[in-house]
Design a protein around this ligand. Structure first.
Ligand code: GUN
Length: 282
């Protein structure tokens, strides 16, 4: 293998080391709201709770029944908004089918100061303004930026970054955060006509689709940095978007799945909770 392996754990451990004394000093509390029993969500939440414990952060897991109504969920959010001891909270997505059409309304109900997922229009809007205004940016893009910075792979400034994903949670805010750092950014998605023609241009290729082997070796420029944020599950096995074995021979650096960006998303969530507390006591 010629590529450097970008393991998120190393970066996450460095972030946790920085965060632990701040957690001790500020004593923030994170609440995770789960609705129903989506198995992927259960596994992400487990990781989040485990990391809270590792840094000594107070945390609560509110597990609501899958049949909860929109009104009941909104009332839980209202309570959390008004509870002074709760620094920040997240509503784990995806929600059960009957609530999915209300996700924008549910996110809108979250008090931006407690929105440690960075999903509300206020926090997304601030992220759009400039690097200095990225107070509570979304966790996955933040984790990807942390990974690029940690491994000293060279500045993203002037690099051509191709992102395959245009969701509100990953692709769009990531594009903005990379623009804040003066990268040239192309965002691809399901309607992109010739995906390979775009990905082949990338100095840094970031894929977050959830389709195994979407990114094959012939779609990657020699020496590119490849970050895999996709997750597909078959049984207990997790697979990324990138044909890892073939692409590692072409890329200069590559992140694996699992053990790549995942731990950094969690570390970024904890960092946002610390930042929220800092702002609340200012
Ligand atoms: N589902 C998958 N990733 C995330 C995340 O970062 N936050 C929330 N709330 N739900 C998710």
């Amino acid at each position: 293998m010629s590529a450097i392996l970008l393991t998120g754990k190393e970066v996450a451990d460095a972030m946790f080391k920085q965060l632990t004394p701040l957690v001790k000093k500020l004593d923030p509390k994170l609440v995770i709201v789960q609705v129903g029993d989506d198995p992927a969500s259960a596994s992400y939440i487990k990781q989040k709770l485990k990391s809270c414990e590792a840094v000594g952060m107070r945390h609560e897991h509110m597990h609501l029944d899958a049949t909860v109504t929109k009104e009941e969920l909104l009332s839980v959010i209202e309570k959390l908004n008004g509870e002074p001891d709760v620094t920040g909270f997240i509503v784990q997505l995806p929600l059960p089918k009957h609530l999915q059409e209300f996700v924008p309304q549910i996110i809108r109900a979250i008090e931006p100061k407690k929105d440690v997922d960075g999903f509300t229009a206020y926090n997304i809007g601030k992220t759009l303004l400039s690097k200095e205004f990225e107070h509570l940016p979304p966790a996955t893009p933040s984790g990807i930026i942390a990974m690029l910075e940690f491994y000293k792979l060279g500045k993203v400034e002037g690099k051509h970054v191709v992102i395959v994903n245009h969701s509100n949670v990953v692709g769009k805010p990531l594009a903005v955060m990379l623009l804040n750092r003066n990268a040239t950014v192309t965002v691809c998605h399901a309607h992109t006509k010739d995906l390979a023609a775009q990905t082949k241009q990338a100095d840094i290729l970031i894929s977050a689709v959830g389709k195994a082997k979407l990114i094959t070796a012939d779609m990657v420029k020699k020496g590119a940095i490849v970050i895999d944020v996709g997750i597909s599950r078959s049984g207990d096995k997790l697979t990324g978007d990138v044909d890892f074995d073939a692409v590692k021979e072409i890329a200069s650096a590559i992140s694996p799945v699992p053990g790549g960006v995942g731990p950094l998303t969690v570390a970024s969530l904890i960092r946002n909770t610390v930042r929220a507390k800092q702002r609340q006591i200012e």
